[in-house]
Design a protein around this ligand. Structure first.
Ligand code: SF4
Length: 390
């Protein structure tokens, strides 16, 4: 029987990767356990959000400039925290809405422009709170006027009243980063709050009617693993709707406090732990992760660990998933749609086209040969027992 290390060798773009053999063996064992459990229920597909699976490009994707899920910041580019990995740079490209009137105007323009929803965020105050309270009346007005328009908000830290106020305003999805190491909170975030404050926020959010999608930023402690496992334990205690994993992208780290690129095997081991800890929770790998070979290794481990969704997969990841016997769905998506779909992930589980392994292998080979493919209509899943070509 072909083992997973050999299956990777059959995927051209992944052939030269130096994977951690022990980790691959461990993921294979986990895969067989998960596969066994999945056969007892309906096996969930792995969802790929990709702008690069050319045959499935749509006109909507080609015009990625049109933003289906724009990000709006209630503080513009200002943030009091100035965390070491970000320095508020994440806010720079966002649409500013510094007053409730601005938000109302911006949202109406976005709706006229075809947006499905927005990601609402803002810089933090010194307590890692985004001061949304003045906006809640406007958010309520937006939701009453446009009930189909979705609002996903980055919650930061919140007490119980603030969480319920956000839900009452009509926010559909609350996101937050769960940090599990005090050293990271103190040193990277320059914040006088505790790990317990992050846990309390998650607990408050899951008690509301909002969908809750926490994120774990892998390598947040200057590129090293520190609080990730504790963050996972926290999430296990307050089961949310889905969890997004991202790998730190420290483009803005100051020279005096550099970040290393997280070790791919450590990231893979964390995927393994996350899958084991949250067997029935949708686990998604978000857009942010280091480029190049790291990304290829990380995505290979993500597929092997059985994550439910991968945004912008590295070359070869879709084919690998099919060769490992996973059901594969491909949704053409540029980053803003991915972010929106991530947070709505559990709602849109049937989106995308389900592809069989022969189609994927054929299309990938064509693409690598430089052809754009011909655009294939919906293809059904492989019949049970279909031989996987190696
Ligand atoms: S609080 Fe958020 S926006 Fe502000 S610097 Fe930190 S990560 Fe960036």
């Amino acid at each position: 029987m072909t083992n997973w290390q050999q299956l990777v060798q059959a995927v051209e773009p992944l052939q030269d990767l130096e994977l951690d053999t022990e980790l691959v063996r461990g993921l294979e064992r986990l895969g067989h356990q998960v596969g066994h459990r999945a056969r007892e229920r309906a096996a969930p597909p792995v969802h790929f959000y990709t702008p690069t699976f050319k045959s499935y490009e749509t006109s909507e994707i080609k015009s990625c400039g049109k933003n289906a899920w724009p990000a709006v910041s209630v503080t513009g580019s200002e943030c009091k925290l100035q965390c070491d990995h970000c320095k508020a740079a994440i806010l720079e490209p966002m649409i500013p809405a510094r007053t409730p009137d601005d938000l109302w105007r911006v949202v109406n323009e976005l709706i006229d422009d075809g947006a499905n929803g927005l990601l609402l965020t803002g810089g933090s105050n010194h307590r890692n709170e985004v001061e949304y309270a003045p906006y809640y009346e406007t958010i309520r007005r937006i939701k009453d006027s446009h009930p189909e328009f979705r609002i996903a908000a980055h919650a930061a830290l919140m007490d119980r009243d603030a969480a319920f106020a956000m839900a009452d305003a009509g926010v559909d999805v609350a996101m937050m980063d769960v940090i599990g190491a005090q050293e990271t909170i103190t040193n990277v975030y320059h914040l006088r709050r505790s790990v317990d404050d992050f846990e309390a926020t998650l607990e408050n959010l899951v008690r509301t009617s909002m969908r809750v999608v926490p994120h774990i930023v892998i390598g947040l402690h200057y590129g090293r693993m520190l609080g990730e496992w504790r963050a996972l334990e926290i999430i296990q205690r307050h089961l949310p709707d889905a969890v997004v994993l991202v790998v730190v992208m420290p483009f803005y780290a100051p020279e005096k406090k550099p970040f290393v690129t997280p070790d791919s095997s450590d990231v893979g081991r964390f995927f393994q732990s996350a899958r084991q800890a949250l067997p029935d929770t949708s686990l998604l790998l978000g857009c942010a992760r280091p480029p190049g070979e790291s990304r290829m290794e990380i995505d290979t481990y993500a597929v092997m660990a059985g994550l439910d969704g991968i945004a912008h997969p590295a070359d070869g990841a879709v084919e690998l998933a099919a060769r490992l016997g996973r059901r594969v769905r491909v949704t053409p998506a540029c980053c803003s749609i991915v972010v929106g779909d991530e947070v709505m992930a559990v709602q849109n589980a049937s989106d995308g086209l389900e592809l069989d392994v022969d189609t994927i292998v054929r299309e990938e080979a064509r693409r690598r040969a430089g052809s754009r493919g011909i655009g294939i209509p919906v293809v059904s899943a492989p019949a049970p027992g279909t031989e996987i070509p190696v």
